[in-house]
Design a binder for this molecule. Structure first.
Ligand SMILES: C[S@@+](CC[C@H](N)C(=O)[O-])C[C@H]1O[C@@H](n2cnc3c(N)ncnc32)[C@H](O)[C@@H]1O
Length: 216
């Protein structure tokens, strides 16, 4: 990708991964800045060192916002299953000034989040996972894993595109409609139990809801 700016090459990579690995990439474009800022809203704390987890960072658009909000003793762990995205994240840690400054406190786990074995609980979790693409059993497994690795009082911020389930349901076959209904219930149950806010980010393509949960 010689000659392309970092952003343009990230878009190109994202588009390629969307076509090749649709179920896990789940979007045509990386999230826009407004969406990433909303996702990173709760990562900073009150001065005590915080352990931050990001799952599904892709090319690192939300990671950039998390790094900008990290305190000097905070640590960040990234969990990404896609080889090409992991290589991009590693390269950014080696070459981009803001990333290099934090690099000693950032660790990449190259695996699906379901397999994450955390050394200690996390204080803030940001998820870019395309939950509406996954089988309901996987969504349940991921919610259980995030609950397992979260400290008491930890936040989880995640997004979904506005109206995506309704739109998909309109054209879907019966088994797909059933899957979407189950995913909707799982997200709804998590929000009912731990939700403390959600925001609609219209300045994104497509617009997205960001859900914020706080575990007890
Ligand atoms: C919709 S993209 C989001 C990328 C980026 N956070 C953004 O907002 O543009 C979803 C990301 O989740 C990753 N992913 C999907 N399933 C995953 C899993 N089970 N564990 C870890 N990462 C996963 C994909 O490879 C991809 O990078």
């Amino acid at each position: 990708m010689a000659g392309m700016s970092g952003k343009a090459s990230d878009y190109k990579l994202f588009w390629r991964e969307f076509r090749q690995t649709f179920e896990t990439t789940g979007a045509v474009l990386p999230s826009g800045r407004a969406l990433c800022c909303e996702l990173a809203r709760h990562v900073s704390g009150n001065g005590r060192p915080r352990r931050i987890l990001e799952v599904g960072p892709g090319t690192g658009v939300a990671t950039e916002q998390i790094i900008a909000r990290m305190g000097p003793q905070d640590t960040l762990e990234l969990v990404e299953l896609n080889d090409r995205f992991v290589a991009t994240l590693q390269q950014r840690l080696e070459t981009e000034p803001a990333w290099r400054q934090a690099a000693q406190r950032v660790r990449i786990h190259h695996l699906p989040v379901q397999q994450l074995a955390a050394d200690a609980p996390y204080d803030a979790i940001v998820s870019g996972l395309p939950l509406n693409n996954f089988p309901a059993t996987l969504v349940a497994e991921i919610f259980a894993k995030l609950r397992e690795v979260a400290a008491a009082g930890a936040t989880l911020s995640f997004f979904e595109y506005v109206g995506v389930r309704k739109l998909k349901s309109l054209v879907a076959r019966r088994d797909e409609r059933r899957r979407l209904g189950l995913v909707e219930s799982l997200i709804g149950d998590a929000r009912k139990q731990w939700g403390f806010g959600r925001r609609c980010v219209m300045a994104n393509v497509p617009p997205a809801w960001v859900h914020h949960l706080r575990y007890d």
